[in-house]
Structure formats: C-alpha cells, structure tokens
Ligand binder design. Sequence first.
Ligand code: PLP
Length: 416
Amino acid sequence: MYIVGQEEIDAIARVIRTGALFRYGIGAECDRFERRYAEYLGTSHVALTASGTFALTAAVNALGIGPGDEVLVPAHTYMATAMAVLAAGAIPVIVDVDESITIDPDALDDAVGPRTKAVIPVHMWGAACDMDRIMALTDKHDLLVLEDTCQGVGGSYEGRRLGTIGHAGAFSFNYYKNMTAGEGGAVCTADDKLAERVRCAIDPCHFYWQGRSDQQKPFAGNGARASEIMGAMLNVQLDRLPGMIAAMQRERRQILAGTAALGNLGLKPSPMNSPDHDCAAHVMYLMPSTEAAERFVAVFPNVIAGKTGRHNYTEWDQVLIGEGAAHAAMNPYAMPENRECRRSYSRDMCQRSLDILNRTVMVPTHPLHGEQEILDIIHNIGVAARVALGGMSPAEADLRGVQALDAQKFDMTVDA
Ligand SMILES: Cc1ncc(COP(=O)(O)O)c(C=O)c1O
C-alpha cells in the first residue's frame, strides 16, 4: 500500500450510502473501473476479479490451457503463478531467471518441449521482462503468453503497458501492490472472444445478470466476482497511479545517478529490460557475492531478492511435493494426459537463478519519499557499499534514519 486517503474513504462511503453494493444492476464502480483501466492500458478489455491468483487462473482457463500442456514459469515468482497452471490441470515447468531477475529468454528457448503450450513471464518487483525477445521466441514456437503483471501494475515495457503485450495480462491489487483495494485482481486482453471466456471463468453465472451470448459456449468453474467496494477504491487508486509511478521513476534515476561513482567499489546496478519505463519500485544492485549482499543488508536493512521467504521455486511446497489438487483424482501430476509432461523438480534445479537472486539487493523507492529521504537513501547505499565491498568496518557505518515507509513493501521490521 502506497497512498490511501480521504478520497478512498469518500468513494467507499458513497457506495455504502447509496446501497449500490453489487456490480450487476445496481452498481457502476466495477464497470467504470474496467473501462477506465482498459483505456489506461491501451487495450480493449479488463475484467475485475477477487485476487491476482484468480486473475491468473481465469486467464489460464480462458486460454484453453489444460491437461497435457506444459506452461513455462520463472524460478522467481510468487507461487500463485504456478498454482494457476495446476488449477487448469496443466504442468508448470520452471525456467531460470537472468540478472534482471525476470525469466531468461535463452533459458526459455531451451526449455520449450513438445508439450509446451504457454509461457507466463512475470514482471517481478515491477521490473519488466524482456518482452521483445520473449514475443519473438513465443512466435517462433507458437506459444501463448500470459503476462503475470501482479507486481507490475502501472509499469511499461518500452512504451507499452505491462500486461498488454502478450495474449493476456493478469494483475493483483492486494495490499502490497502499486494500486490496491486490500485485495483484488484483473485480467486484460485485446481479444474479444478471450475476454468473454475470462468473464465466464471469473463468474460462470454472469449471464444470469448480463444476458446470454451466442458467441461463446459457457463452461463450469469457480466464481470470484469483484465487489463494488473494490471497484470504488480502485477508481480512486487509478487516479493516483501515473503520479506515483512517475515519482518512483524520478527517485530511481536520482538514486542511480547518486550511487554511480560506487561502481569503482564494485556496486553494480542490476541490468533492467526497460529502465525508463518499468515501475521503478526498487533500485536493484547485483553484488559480486552472496556474502557481500548479506554485509550490505546487515548495515542498511533491505531485502535480498532470493531471501524474501516466498518468491523462489524452492518455497513452492505444493509443486515440490506434487500435491497439485485437493483431490487425488484431480491432481495434474497424476493425470494420464500429463504423463509426457516434465513433472519432476528439485530444490537445486535452478542454481544459476538462486545465485543471482541471492546476490540481488533491492532498495525500495516510494512516491512519498521527499528530497531529504532520497539523499539519506543515497548516503546509506554508499555506507553499506563501503562496508560490503570496501573494507569499512560496520562500527564506522554512520547510517541515516531508516524509512518506516519502506517497510510495508516487504513486511520488514524497522527499528528506526
Ligand atoms: C507475481 C505474483 N503473481 C501472483 C500474485 C497473486 O496475487 P494475489 O495475492 O492478489 O492473489 C502475486 C501476489 O503477491 C504476485 O506477486
């Protein structure tokens, strides 16, 4: 959560006062948000749902992915990416990330097999995937592309909004995301038929309210309808989004410029696929060793990408133990259709990813950071880099106040 204030309170209060608490018939907030967000994204359709996890699941189902299919997912993402694949009866195949900490296009190319049907590139921590190379490769292999944009809300790749480059995009509006209603999610697509299937996946009963269509055959599924309270809050959040992203982009540019001289010590910014366009939610540095990364964060409390405790394939318990469904007969890992899919995983299967992730330090930006706070961050990065890479003793580190604002991005405990 970045900024929530009186405007959100007023918008939610209006919905409650008018009693327009259901999106069909009485409410207008979800419809209004879907129209406005589609326009903001520069695409044709947005469908709201209850979470990013369900947005991914609805999109995977709507794309027609199912038993017998493999879907390539990166080694570094929230487990929901892989869960959506399993929920459709398909098999997630784990692919290395590169130094941008997003899916490595070379590894993606190598990983394509006869059963591969789709790829889910994930714009992790607001950093864009290498979409030009990914789209060229997926065209070559005739694969579907679902962009997991849960962490990339508001960001772009070389001038095109994240989520709109592949066949579909999925967004999360949970508490940690660039735009939030506490919980929430959405799917976007430019494809009319796919949009109709997505709406059916989000609410298989929607035609009772919105009328039957003779274009697409309906199918059964779970429902995860959006609420008008969510829609009302997101309409306010959408107004805030461009300014917030611009502020974070400015801050990152300033921090990178202010720490450029530390390159002499070996402090190297992580390579970005779209450095002028992505969300800039963090400034990332790729340290020369795990030990150096640990020394850095011991002085200036920040997060190492590989050590959040919830974003590496090594933490995807259900995948690693092959529990792909609640009922054994529905478990994709045991389905005869998936016999030829690659279904075995091990904790050390993506060592290269783990090495990169354990060396990547992420310093969060924040739209509410003032000039002095940004200067303090630059100062603190300098101090931490001297301790991590320059032989300065931690006792000599004159750190300036750690920002409580930044803690929410990672659930960090902040002392100062
Ligand atoms: C990359 C990624 N994918 C999917 C999700 C799932 O979103 P939600 O928590 O809204 O279900 C998240 C949420 O943290 C995420 O970070």
